[in-house]
Design a protein around this ligand. Sequence first.
Ligand code: 6GU
Length: 249
Amino acid sequence: MKIDVVSIFPEYLAGLQLSLIGKAVDQGLLDLTVHDLRDFTFDRHNTVDDSPYGGGAGMVMKAEPWALALENILDEPKAAGAGTPQKSILIVPSPAGPVFNQRIAEELSEAEHLVFACGRYEGIDQRVIDWSAEHFDLRPMSIGDYVLNGGEVASMVMIEAVSRLVPGVIGNPESLTEESHEDGLLEYPIYTKPASWRGRDVPDILLSGNHGAIARWRRDRRLELTAEVRPDLLAELQDLDKHDRAVVE
Ligand code: 6GU
């Protein structure tokens, strides 16, 4: 998967070189490039913003540097995949987008090319957003109902959630299926040695060796926890059997 990020703070994205994502880049599983929007300005001050037409507080990111940066990305050669090439997906982090979730992460993990346009200030001139829809599969995307200063942190959140689903990025693919949000339930509590710690014991059943009983116990804890802290997730689930329903009620 090719991932391009455009930002006026490319250093912000440096964290992506660490840990699993960094390793995936080193291994060639991800081709990740961070571009500095100011490289696409030609005035002495490398201006990327200006005051809003119609007045109002704050500044607006100018259209032309964005168009040049995005055209530069589209002009770069891409690895030839099988069949007809997919349109590059342009993700524009914005509190005014649909809210990113695990389903969307799964969908995006199958894309050949993702581009993240990190806006700052009050946002980007609408005309370059409209223009981009003619060249990209345009996806405005929020990461939750709160306000951030710019799209960098939101992009890192989405890149991490998507990249770990790309085949090979996580060593043990089983760890992907046994996770919160993967099937709509939160994860069960986990324990490691010692079996007794500061007067707190690991639940007996986990030491029993009875794998069926352990699986049932874990599912029950997941159902209980989800009912307690995220009843909204539970309401969306269709496949609860009679036993599941008894645990939740
Ligand atoms: Cl994606 N961007 C910004 N700037 N703020 C946000 C957001 C994104 N998601 C929630 N708040």
